[in-house]
Write a protein that binds this ligand. Structure first.
Ligand code: SAM
Length: 218
């Protein structure tokens, strides 16, 4: 593992997200297509959206879940328009140390949250996900891969992990790396999918690339 640069406070770096939502407000688009995943997930009971951000995924989940809890480390994320919905249960929480009892959730969604974890914190987050998943429960994880258009912006502080000017960390996982990490926690990988798509922005075509993984706790 590389030495941490002076600029990165290894304990507090995710709090840069708080400043990000204060400055930019809503910033994620694209939503989430649950088709093809929903049949493997029990959404009828407690469901956790970990790193819920500005509600990009919550919009899709809320009508389908028995009891959806949204957790994010950035309290300011809950001031964004979609997250102000009074029907959403909101908790400020660090994914590295979750304030939930063991075996609480039948399903967990964690989209683009490990993407912002430095090595070591990825393991803490996955261990917490496993702990709070109920036996038989399933987690859906999405992370960016090095083929994504965002790769390479900022200074590389760990392999394929970049610290940007706004103090946010962006990490890009090799498929095998994520697979190994998840298996090491003792979760069972049930689904692994590379998502590639092109997006057009101001006349240019860009590549988006991510991995969606589903894993269960036995
Ligand atoms: C790129 S956004 C993704 C938001 C949403 N999941 C989506 O897909 O649109 C990443 C979110 O993860 C949150 N986050 C980053 N590190 C976290 C941590 N250690 N604990 C909890 N939330 C964290 C950030 O505050 C941010 O809202």
């Amino acid at each position: 593992m590389a030495d941490s640069p002076a600029k990165l406070d290894v304990k507090r770096y995710p709090l840069a997200w708080n400043r990000s939502y204060v400055r930019k407000g809503t910033q994620w688009r694209g939503g989430f297509d649950l088709a093809g995943y929903a049949e493997f997930l029990d959404l009828s009971g407690n469901v956790l959206e970990l790193g819920s951000g500005d509600g990009n995924t919550v919009d899709v989940l809320l009508p389908l879940c028995g009891n959806l809890i949204c957790a994010d480390i950035a309290v300011s994320s809950f001031d964004t328009l979609a997250m102000k919905n009074p029907r959403i249960n909101r908790v400020v929480a660090d994914a590295r140390v979750l304030p939930f009892k063991t075996d609480t959730f039948g399903a967990i969604f964690s989209r683009h949250v490990l993407t912002h974890a430095i090595p070591g914190d990825d393991v803490l987050m996955l261990n917490e996900i496993k702990r709070v998943l109920a036996p038989g429960g399933m987690v859906l994880i999405e992370v960016f891969t090095p083929g994504d258009m965002r790769f390479g912006k900022g200074s590389e502080i760990y392999p394929r992990t970049f610290l940007r000017e706004d103090d946010l960390v962006w990490r890009f996982y090799l498929g095998k790396e994520l697979d190994d990490l998840v298996k090491k926690t003792g979760l069972e990988v049930r689904h692994f999918q590379l998502l590639e798509r092109k997006v057009r922005h101001e006349g240019q075509i860009y590549q988006r690339e991510s991995v969606v993984m589903m894993a269960s706790k036995t």
